[in-house]
Design a protein around this ligand. Sequence first.
Ligand code: GN1
Ligand code: MG
Length: 364
Amino acid sequence: MNADLKQIAANFQIEGEIESIKPLGEGFINDTYYLKTVEEDTPDYLLQRKNKSIFTDVPAMMDNIERVTLHLKEKIKSNGGDPMREAMTVTKSKNNALYYQDEEGEFWAMCYFIKGSVTYEKADTPELAYAGGRGIGKFQAMTSDFKGTLADILPGFHNIRYRFEQWDKVLAEDPVQRKAEVQEEISWIESRKEEMLNFWKLVEDGTIPARVTHNDTKINNILFDDKGDVLCVIDLDTVLSSTALNDFGDAIRSYTNTGLEDDENLENVSMNMETFTAYAQGYLKETSSFLTKPELDYLAFSAKYITYEQVLRFLMDYIDGDNYYKIKSPKHNLVRTHAQYKLLQSIEQQFEEMKKVVSSLTAN
Ligand code: GN1
Ligand code: MG
């Protein structure tokens, strides 16, 4: 075991003795480790080094997480649930802080590992998609009366107007001379600009309301139990005040993809209508009582919006010289761009059908 990691972990209020600390998962942003304790009756933990070049205010981020999870726990308790299993629990440092900062200035945070929980990289069955939809739906239902404001720790995160500002800047600079090579890909972004801005205007003028949102609802950010029901939502780094549509759209981008997010074989990639329907069913079961008409009207569109945004973000990172996402090969961000574009095209082709599904699920 890495001695430094053990030293870092020792700064948190851990129950039990550390047995091992091993790297876990495929996150693109933070580094995550699984900390196992020796004793059977003490919890295991997840230790994370937060990416401080992306999360420039880790204390504010951790404060958002703590306030949202405490709110969730109150709700779960009053519903007779188990707050330690149905919400994430932050483990504090020995100084009672929500993070620990090491000598190099790196920020570390810890949370309980929920025993018996399972994560998936793909939604292989409609049942799993239905359960995932209910999970995010419940999260939004339980936070719908959250009082207070969340710090905007990632300004402009799913704001396409802000993304276009970044985009124009990166294209103007073309720092590693890759622009010439991706002219076609650039046209995919440019040709849909207006459509995306027209939607975002409705968020800006309040037609579509702001709520507590997760903002990173891919399937591997949900913990399921061994029966396939959702236990809780994890990876709360991006909890922000934004539109609920981002959470629906990002989940559809992840759950309905018949291929991988970075599939090299584009034949594998498409939007699966059955998975879409199942996710929408689960989600609307929990949320249709409080979502507004404009939100319901744009629910299907949000899948287009977030998938488009993801094409833009991967392509922009490629043109910028791969500074944001971790990559596994030199053209990884370009491979991701192509795979997500294929998914976007598939969503566009099935868009009318998607809207019909949402209408039929919300008609009463
Ligand atoms: C990142 O950290 P991770 O892998 O859960 C990213 C998301 C992207 C996603 C693409 C803070 O999420 O916005 O949609 O990769 N998170 C951040 O898979 O940028
Ligand atoms: Mg994650």
